[in-house]
Design a protein around this ligand. Sequence first.
Ligand SMILES: C[S@@+](CC[C@H](N)C(=O)[O-])C[C@H]1O[C@@H](n2cnc3c(N)ncnc32)[C@H](O)[C@@H]1O
Length: 297
Amino acid sequence: MIKGPFSYSGNKYRIWNKYLKPVMHKYQCVHEPFIGSGVCIYNSNGGGQGRDINPHVVVLHNVLKDPGLMDRVLSTYAEYFPDGCNAKDSYNKLRDDLNVLYMQHGLNNENAHMLYILIQMSFNSLFRFSSKGFNAAYGEKPFDPGRIEQHIKIAQDKNIDVVYGSYETLDLSKVDKQKDIIYFDPPYVASKFQYGGWTDQDEHTLLAYITMLDKEGYSFILSNTFAHRGETNDYLIEWSKAFNTYLIDMSYNAWAARVKAVEREDTTVEVIVTNIDGAFPELVNAHDTKYKTDPIF
Ligand SMILES: C[S@@+](CC[C@H](N)C(=O)[O-])C[C@H]1O[C@@H](n2cnc3c(N)ncnc32)[C@H](O)[C@@H]1O
């Protein structure tokens, strides 16, 4: 099981296993211009390029190539959690110490090991920062060094190149039109609070970029939603008619299930759009009005 090096809201682990894996395994590289925790890139055959505008995400990927990372993870865990007791106090002390360094230097290769430990043990493995640093509470989660070790090995074996920047900085000259695929997993436009700030205009610009890639002969898959918490994405619905568009028939809980303030997500209509023909024979056409998107047309 390759889940990505850290837990991340909106990660594509479930749909990777169920739908994306058989398709993406036909390609050599999977490029992820919205990498997040990079579930698809770590599961790919040969790696790929990643981009993200969240600098913490980028550091967590890149530090996996630092040969001293695992030693730092293990020695820091042993130092802060010597007997497993008072784990909450130890967690808070480690978080305070990380945040002192964070305020001075930001997140970097010298302190990212502390964040790796904290994320694993935090409440629902939340990846949450404020201007004062990492602020997720202790969540009684076990420390899992094996997950970090596994991804260090993958980062050595596959050609994974993660760079801080927006999706359109992807280096297309390094994308093989025949052998590679570009997987887009942007923030959802109707998503009220996650990755705040993704606007209708951002969505339109992204879809125009993907149209350009299609014309140039690149293969792509886009994850998105036709409707989310009662809001519909009419622009996407129209745009996607030019491609193959499939319904993902599963409710999308993500981590929201455990957070009381969050509304139920029953209204989500999750789709996959792609220019690859016949890629998802088991999924239904999202534009076929007899399926569950009916009410939104
Ligand atoms: C839905 S998450 C991706 C999750 C990912 N597929 C995974 O498996 O974890 C969307 C990501 O896009 C990033 N993002 C937002 N705007 C971006 C932009 N303009 N360019 C690149 N990444 C962006 C966010 O920081 C977030 O990490």
